[in-house]
Design a protein around this ligand. Sequence first.
Ligand SMILES: CC1(C)CO[C@@H](CC(=O)O)CN1
Length: 421
Amino acid sequence: LKHKNLTIGTIFPMTGGWAGGKACLPAVKMALDDINKRHDVLPDYNLEMDYKDSQCMPGLGTKVLYELLYNPPTKILVLTGCSIVSTFVAEAAKMWNLVVLAYGASSPALSNRDRFPTFFRTHPSATLHNPTRVKLFQRYKWKRIATIQVSLEVFTSTIDDLERKVKEANIDIAVRQSFLTDPTNAVKNLKRQDARIIVGVFYEDMARRVFCQAYKEKLYGKKYVWFIIGWYPDNWYMAEDKSINCTVDQLKEALEGHFTTEAMILNQQPTKTLANMTSQRYKERLDSKLNVSDTSQVTGYPESPLAYDALWAVALALNKTAARLALKNLTLDEFDYNKKHITDEIYSAMDSTSFLGVSGNVAFSSEGDRIALTQIEQMINGTYHLMGYYDSVTDNLTWLDKEQWLGGKPPPDHTRFVRFL
Ligand SMILES: CC1(C)CO[C@@H](CC(=O)O)CN1
C-alpha cells in the first residue's frame, strides 16, 4: 500500500511582501500527513513535497523553480504562493507540462488561460469583490461611483474589472483617481468632483493615509459611502504610523460607517469536511503546530485553509487521474516533463474539482479561479459588524438589514438640485 512516491514541487514566501509561507507551509505539511494516512485516496502512492522559499520575489521564485525541475525526483505538479511569483512560475511551468496550483495569489492578471493554460488557484481573485460591490450599488440605487486606488497592477486590473461590471449594470464610474504613495491630490480631486459613493483599493498602510486625507477634506460622514477591502487586520487603523499626522480618533471618525468586502475562505458551517475535520478543528490543529501565543498575527494565517485545501485538491485530482490512466495501462509515476497526455488528464481532473474543504466548497472557474462567497461588513463605532453574504454564482445576496446610515438613510450618489419653479 502506498508503495510508490509522487513529489510535488512547492514554493512558499517565508519573507517579503506577503510572507504567507509562515502559516501555509505548516498547513501543507499537515495536509500531506492527513492525505498519506487515507487509504481511499491515492492508495498506491505516498505524496511528498520538495519545498523552496521564494521570499515573494519573482526572480528567486524563478530560480527555485529551475532548482525543483532540474533536480530529481520528477515533480508531478507545482504549488505557489504570491501573485508575482505565480505569474512567472505559471508562465514557465507550461513548458514543462506542469499544472500549477496557487494557494496565495489574488492578482486578476492570473485569470488568463492564454498566458497560464495550466494554472489553478484555491485563493480567490481580487475581482471576486466586484460583483458584490455592484450588487450593493443596485440595492441602494447608486449609479454614479468614484474609485481611488494605489497604482499597482493588482489594483488597476481590479478597478478595470469593476468598470466592465458596472457598465453591464448601467452604472457609471464617474471619477477615477490613483496615487503612488501620497493620496493628497487624489482625495482632493474626489472632493472637487463631488464623489459620494467611493470604492478604495490599496493595502492597509496606504488606507491609513487615504482616510487621514479624507478626514482633512471632510470626505466622510452622512453624505458619503466608502467601500474598501475587508482582509486588513482588525485594528489596522490603530497601528502606529509615522507617515500620517492624524490621530486614531480622527481616522476612526473618517472611517465610521464604511463597508468592506472580502472572500470567505474559512468554512463557516460546523460540518466535517472531506478531511473528516471541521474548520474549527483544523484551526486548533494548526495553532498547536504554530505554537505562538497569538496565531492570528502569523502572516498567511487567514490564507492557510487555502493551502491545506490546495493539497487535497491535488490529491483528489491525482487520484482521479491515476484511475483514468490505468484504463490506458499508464501510471502517474511514469510522468516526465514531456508527457503532455498525462498533464492533460491532471488538468481535466483539477478542472472538475468539487469538494468541501476547510476553506468552504472548493471549485474552479474555467480560468482556474477559486469560486467563493464574499462577506460584507460595516464599521460601526470602530469595529466591524457582519452585514451579509453574496454568492455571485447564484446572484444571491443574504442581507441581515443591520446597516446604519449616519443620515438615517442611504445618501444619494450625487447632489440633488431642487428645481425652484
Ligand atoms: C488577501 C491577500 C492578502 C491578498 O494578497 C495575496 C498575496 C498575493 O496576491 O500575492 C494573499 N492574500
